[in-house]
Design a protein around this ligand. Structure first.
Ligand SMILES: [Zn+2]
Length: 130
């Protein structure tokens, strides 16, 4: 007889949001550092490769450098995607939608957010999509 109108609990309290914002900013700083290192090594490969091209069209090092390039470019792309996901999560903290599944709007859950602060989907939707 008391409170038949259960107010939906706020998914995350302001303290929770501050906690996850802190996690995201920390992760963001790590990724930016990693990205800066990757950028530097990409420049190294680029310099090495253009040097090889200028010296000899049949440089036996060519394929190796290309492989190295692909590998590093792939890592670079992953870091960029991860960084964008973090920025999107920080934007959702600002606009109040953080912590709810982008697909169906249900709470993502603190445990999942603790493990993956940039998660956009609840665990069920994430499983369905993979
Ligand atoms: Zn969902």
């Amino acid at each position: 007889m008391s409170a038949p109108d259960r107010h939906p609990e706020p998914v995350l309290s302001p303290a929770d949001l501050a906690h996850f914002a802190g996690l995201l900013r920390q992760r963001r700083a790590e990724l930016e550092g990693e990205l800066a290192r990757q950028g530097a090594s990409l420049a190294d490969v680029r310099a090495a490769r253009s040097g090889a091209d200028a010296d000899d069209e049949h440089d036996p090092e060519g394929p190796t450098l290309s492989d190295e390039w692909s590998l590093r470019a792939g890592v670079h792309a992953e870091l960029t995607v991860a960084l964008a996901a973090i920025d999107a999560a920080l934007a959702r903290i600002d606009d109040g939608s953080y912590g709810t599944c982008l697909r169906r709007g249900e709470p993502i859950g603190r445990e999942r957010l603790q493990a993956r602060p940039a998660a956009e989907l609840c665990i069920d939707c994430a499983r369905e999509q993979s």
